[in-house]
Ligand binder design. Structure first.
Ligand code: SF4
Ligand code: SF4
Length: 452
């Protein structure tokens, strides 16, 4: 069995916020009637089986939601006790927690620091952008609480990354978003996740749509905010997404290489260096990032939590059986098998691999299906960063650091004062990025990050 990661949802889709673009809140209807917190018995079964199916080495428990802190501190204390109970000699266990940050306080942060959790904090930019979609259950803004959470995390020296959903609005303000994360939130490890939601995604799984309803690349229907659009109005425009990433790349190259780590750039650099992709979206195959729901159900991927992609329940089928099942193997292979001609012939296939299958609902000009909605933006990004990635990859192979290479190539390069040191000394990616908090977009190959 290949190495795999398990994202665990102690409270399922339950959340104290009501973000407009959340793809997981609608899952509540799938779990009607079941308790919203994982029972101790289920937690123990997941812990035991996850550990025993790995045997040795390092494994990561990636806690996510909904909002996982709703499970309470005692739940996590219990989780650590169980990890210790089943951990064989020599195995290293790491814990990551993806949170909206609004429930963090001194007690939480002391615990997270002492237990060496890596935290992923959701932050979409300054209040004028963050609060458009990230609101609580009464529609109130949440940006103030996120700033407060970032201060607490820094005060208690908790390692954290930021996770930013790139939506239709903040995509038009890349530098405002990036500078806010860097200067106000104090993020030194960032990840940007495009918001792409086909209308009706709550009921219809990706690849479940009728081919005749798929728009062709370049059509109005393949962009948000148009009358015939097939995506929600908050989905990012594919071209804006490309511009967003390239503008942030330029700012980063000019000022921040070596002290701010952007997972998206690390992933691209790994591809240019010929290393295995470090995010599942850009890997050749899927299948190594499963989800354990609060009731013990196991699904193929965080973005495929639909009845059709349920592998079983941990109380009834061994986790190792589900991971190596034919169903999961088919799911993993389908990513490469489903590539359209446009991708197979693309010069960036080695770095893109058609991106995540959940976003493949566009037609090629020749009528073929399976093209990625984000393709125009992905191409724009790869064309822009390609020469730089090649330079960096060659330089790193020759023993230079990414920072030296950037300094030599960008003469006007300046640095702004850093308010905290970069790097946390754990893990490591091509240019020194430490481990990510979420399996899905940074991990073993890290599964693709979802967003909350
Ligand atoms: S998030 Fe996308 S690329 Fe990653 S495992 Fe799931 S389907 Fe595959
Ligand atoms: S850039 Fe577009 S055509 Fe090229 S591999 Fe990615 S999705 Fe396919």
């Amino acid at each position: 069995m290949s190495a795999y990661q398990l994202m665990i949802k102690p409270c399922g889709p339950a959340c104290n916020l009501n973000c407009t673009y959340c793809y997981y809140l609608p899952k509540q209807r799938m779990f009607d009637g079941s308790a919203t917190r994982m029972s101790d018995l289920t937690l123990e079964e997941i812990t035991r089986q996850y550990i025993s199916s790995h045997g040795s080495g390092t494994i990561t428990f990636a806690w996510q939601g909904g909002e996982p802190t709703l499970a309470g501190l005692d739940f996590f204390r219990k989780a650590l006790e169980l990890q210790e109970k089943y951990r064989p000699p020599g195995m290293m266990i790491e814990n990551t927690l993806q949170t909206n940050g609004t429930l963090l306080d001194d007690r939480w942060c002391r615990f997270l620091h002492e237990e060496r959790f890596l935290v992923g904090l959701s932050a979409d930019g300054p209040p004028s952008l963050h609060d458009i979609y990230r609101v609580d259950r009464t529609g109130e803004p949440t940006s103030g609480k996120v700033v407060q959470a970032s201060r607490l995390l820094r005060r208690h020296r908790v390692e954290f990354n930021t996770l930013t959903v790139v939506d239709r609005e903040n995509a038009r303000h890349p530098l405002q978003v990036y500078r806010y994360l860097r200067n106000v939130i104090g993020s030194r490890h960032m990840q940007f996740i495009p918001c792409v939601e086909p209308k009706g995604f709550e009921r219809v799984p990706p690849q479940g749509r009728d081919a005749k309803d798929l728009p062709t690349i370049g059509d109005d229907a393949a962009r948000p905010g148009t009358e015939r659009s097939v995506v929600t109005e908050w989905s990012v425009d594919p071209v804006d997404y490309g511009s967003f990433m390239t503008m942030i790349f330029d700012e980063w190259l000019q000022k921040d290489v070596g002290r701010v780590f952007v997972i998206n750039f690390e992933v691209a650099l790994a591809s240019w260096m010929g290393l295995p992709p470090t995010a599942c979206s850009f890997a050749e195959h899927c299948g190594d990032a499963l989800v354990a729901e609060h009731d013990g159900s196991i699904y193929s991927c965080d973005h495929y939590v639909y009845p059709e992609h349920r592998l079983g329940r941990i109380q009834e089928v061994e986790l190792s059986e589900m991971v190596s099942s034919d169903q999961q193997a088919r799911f993993g292979r389908e990513k490469a098998r489903g590539l359209p001609a446009q991708c197979r012939e693309c010069e960036f296939l080695f770095a893109c691999h058609g991106e995540c299958p959940r976003n493949r609902f566009i037609r090629n000009p020749d009528g073929g299906t399976g093209l990625n909605y984000l393709c125009p933006g992905l191409r724009r990004f790869f064309i822009h960063v390609g020469p730089w990635m090649k330079l960096m990859a060659d330089g790193i192979r020759a023993g230079r650091t990414a920072e030296d290479i950037a300094r030599a190539q960008a003469p006007g390069r300046e640095r702004e004062r850093a308010d905290r040191p970069s790097g946390n000394g754990r893990g490591g990616m091509v240019s020194g990025h430490p481990r990510s908090c979420r399996p899905p977009e940074a991990g073993v190959p890290p599964p693709d990050q979802g967003r909350r």
